[in-house]
Design a protein. Structure first.
Length: 248
């Protein structure tokens, strides 16, 4: 090989040494872009309507609360009876665990827990505070607000706004309905959970209601709901909350 051929070969090697990293970088960049096009994306949760506004409610401390106070926060909304001895205590325990998970995920400052009292005829702030305390929540901590109002205001927000049904039923009527269901063979027993507040008050009625849990987005829209609030996995809820906060 003459000197000219050696020089040409050296130049070609030098060009390849310079170009090779660029080719690798281009290939990696194209592969990354292609991977992103085919990677599954978290589906945007739908908007299901608007949460009902309200003003005439009081929390467990007896303080007035309006829906406008929750503007900019994601709300976890439930519907509870302070004298309940089946699903409501389980939901309350879920909410306490959820708040702990939100704290660990550093999301608690963006989220407001809200419960509406579905026994507006017999209970109010004193009972909601006692209920919260019984299941592990300090009522002074208003990151969870347990709201009560007069029957008409409760009906407007809970039944007409959130479409959650509730009704006072005598224990005698409830027992008769259970007996008929057992006779038909379609009786489904409900969990029984100790409730010291109910044991002390000894009500002769129950409040039958939907065990709904609703996520309200930061702009006041209904974004997700479940009819099994007592059995929702808290980790799943945290992931849903994180998704909604990213999509706001």
């Amino acid at each position: 090989m003459n000197d000219l051929d050696k020089a040409s070969a050296g130049a070609a090697r030098a060009t390849w040494i310079v170009a090779a990293p660029l080719i690798v970088l281009i290939a990696l960049g194209f592969g990354f872009w292609l991977g992103r096009q085919h990677a599954p994306r978290a589906e945007t949760l739908p908007t299901l309507g608007r949460a009902p506004p309200f003003r005439d409610f009081r929390n467990q401390l007896g303080r007035p609360v309006a829906s406008a106070q929750f503007a900019g926060k994601l709300q976890v909304v439930t519907f509870l009876d302070p004298y309940c001895t089946n699903d409501c205590p389980l939901i309350a325990l879920h909410l306490v665990a959820l708040e702990n998970d939100l704290r660990l995920a550093q999301l608690q400052q963006h989220v407001q827990l809200v419960a509406f009292n579905v026994d507006p005829w017999h209970t109010g702030p004193a009972q909601t505070a006692a209920f919260m305390r019984e299941y592990g929540w300090n009522p002074d901590d208003t990151r969870w607000q347990f709201l009560s109002a007069a029957p008409a205001a409760t009906r407007r927000v809970v039944r007409q706004g959130y479409h959650v049904d509730y009704a006072q039923v005598s224990l005698a009527a409830e027992a008769a309905a259970d007996a008929r269901a057992k006779a038909r063979g379609d009786y489904v027993p409900q969990p029984q959970v100790a409730n010291a507040l109910a044991a002390q008050a000894r009500p002769d009625f129950d409040v039958a209601h939907n065990d709904m849990l609703v996520l309200v987005g930061t702009h006041g829209h209904l974004r997700w709901l479940s009819a099994d609030a007592d059995s929702i996995n808290d980790v799943h809820l945290v992931n849903l909350i994180r998704r909604l906060l990213r999509q706001r």
